[in-house]
Write a protein that binds this ligand. Structure first.
Ligand code: UD1
Ligand code: MG
Length: 443
């Protein structure tokens, strides 16, 4: 038996007051819709159709799902009909329907509704919520579900019902195709309601099974930016919990921002006010933060990052960074490197044991093992037109306040005096000083 999913995401999302489609709004580093698709896949549903509006349709490539454009948004029933029209019929298939704006949904909820659909025409997820509520109400008779009434169509007694429709359903495909053809739009919103399929099926003697979710947060739909912020908090809490349970210490989860798909090793400690994102990979026994930001960073074991930013860069085992350093754009720091305060490293390779402890800019540089970069060193890599390369050998001593005018090569074991402006290559083992730097007598 095949299972396909239809994800409803064509709505205008007017309450976001945004130029961006609602389901594309960011939640912990991913669009809301990403989480729904992820939960579906984790529940084993790989064949996913997303009902889109024009803007979302243009972005569907990112999601690895089929987008089906619903040109006019005539309601959830119309959205499902539009999707079914584009899907090859499968007489014995099941169709799971969910909304793209419920990023807190879990794979377990999808699995439960699919299991409940079993040999029935339909199963739907319900939740008990505090009133008042804008959710559709579940009207029961003799224990079973009789129909769903939208809040805007409900009478006073129906509005007192605190069991609501979560907006997640599993259908027998044939029964669904049948029922959506009969939907009408004679209601308060003049829309075709998917929820009317419940009464339709019950009316024709088919069984509709409710699945009460234990935690209504799984059904929380995001409609405005206040709800988005609440959902972000919940998602971030889950992400932190997942890493803490896997052996990472997070001193203050509330001020730590994580994204999905991070790798963080055992016994790493994350100090407050830090954010880690974009597929970063962090080794074991590292110390990150406080006040640090890592984005697409790859760190070995026992790396220390204090009050610093690392973007699109890597660092080897035992390397220490910060406080107040900025490592960016493909900086590759080897093992046992020391990067101190007010040091910026961009697109450079620093071999094992390099030290740049204070007030330095290293851009487009390659630096050999155990070389010491004195305080205030600048690689002058930009001549106004091009970025030029600085190559520094191993065991080099760059004196404090040296300017290296690139392109330039400093040989192994060389030395530059404090305050040098080095304009010409320095051969291995030679010592230079001055402005412009000249060879020192003796060597
Ligand atoms: C819907 C349910 C309601 C349930 C609630 C749960 C209906 C009629 N009502 O109400 O019982 O309690 O969800 O959140 O289904 N969409 C489209 N095309 C359309 C209309 C909507 O793709 O033409 C999408 C929206 O983008 C959204 C989802 O369907 O993701 C739900 O639509 P929305 O208008 O928000 O329905 P609700 O009023 O929340
Ligand atoms: Mg809604």
């Amino acid at each position: 038996m095949s299972v396909r999913a239809i994800v409803l995401a064509a709505g205008k999302g007017t309450r976001m007051k945004s130029d961006t489609a609602k389901v594309l709004h960011d939640l912990c580093g991913r669009p809301m819709l990403w989480y729904v698709l992820q939960a579906l896949r984790a529940a084993g549903v790989a064949d996913i159709y997303v009902v889109t509006n024009a803007e979302l349709q243009g972005r569907m490539d990112e999601f690895n799902a089929s987008g089906i454009l619903q040109e006019e948004q005539l309601g959830t029933g119309h959205a499902v009909r539009t999707a079914l029209d584009a899907m090859k019929p499968d007489g014995s298939g099941r169709v799971l329907v969910a909304c793209g704006d419920m990023p807190l949904v879990t794979p377990e909820v999808f699995s439960a509704v699919l299991a409940a659909a079993g040999g029935n025409a339909m199963a739907l997820v319900t939740a008990r919520v505090p009133l008042p509520s804008s959710f559709g109400r579940i009207v029961r008779r003799d224990g079973g579900v009789e129909r769903v009434v939208e809040a805007r169509d409900a009478n006073a007694a129906e509005l007192e019902i605190d069991e609501v429709n979560a907006g997640i359903y599993a259908f027998d495909e044939t029964s669904l195709r049948d029922a959506v053809m009969r939907l009408r739009s004679d209601n308060a919103q003049k829309e075709f309601y998917l929820t009317d399929t419940v009464a339709d099926m019950v009316g024709s003697g088919k069984s509709v099974v409710p699945v009460v979710t234990p935690d209504p947060i799984h059904a929380a739909g995001i409609n405005d930016r206040v709800e988005l912020a609440v959902a972000r908090q919940e998602m971030n809490r889950r992400l932190c919990a997942q890493h803490m349970l896997a052996g990472v210490t997070i001193v203050d989860p509330a001020s730590t921002s994580l994204e999905p798909e991070l790798k963080i090793g055992r016994d790493t400690v994350i100090y407050p006010n830090s954010s880690i994102g974009r597929l970063s990979e962090i080794g074991e026994r590292c110390a990150i933060g406080p006040n640090s930001r890592l984005s697409n960073a790859r760190l070995g074991d026992e790396v220390t990052v204090r009050e610093s930013w690392i973007y699109d860069s890597s660092a080897g085992d035992r390397t220490m960074i910060g406080p107040y350093a900025r490592i960016r754009d493909n900086a590759q720091l080897g093992a046992d490197v020391r990067i101190g305060n007010y040091v910026e490293v961009k697109n450079s390779r620093l071999a094992r044991g390099v030290k740049a402890s204070h007030l330095t800019y290293l851009g487009d540089a390659e630096i050999g093992e155990e070389t010491n970069i004195g305080a205030g060193t600048i690689t002058c890599n930009y001549d106004g037109k091009n970025k030029n390369k600085t190559v520094i050998g191993r065991d080099v001593m760059i004196g404090s306040n040296t300017s290296l005018i690139a392109p330039i090569t400093i040989g192994d074991g060389a030395l530059t005096g404090a305050g040098s402006v080095v304009t010409k290559d320095v051969p291995a083992g030679k010592r230079v000083a001055g402005n412009p730097a000249k060879p020192l007598p003796g060597k």
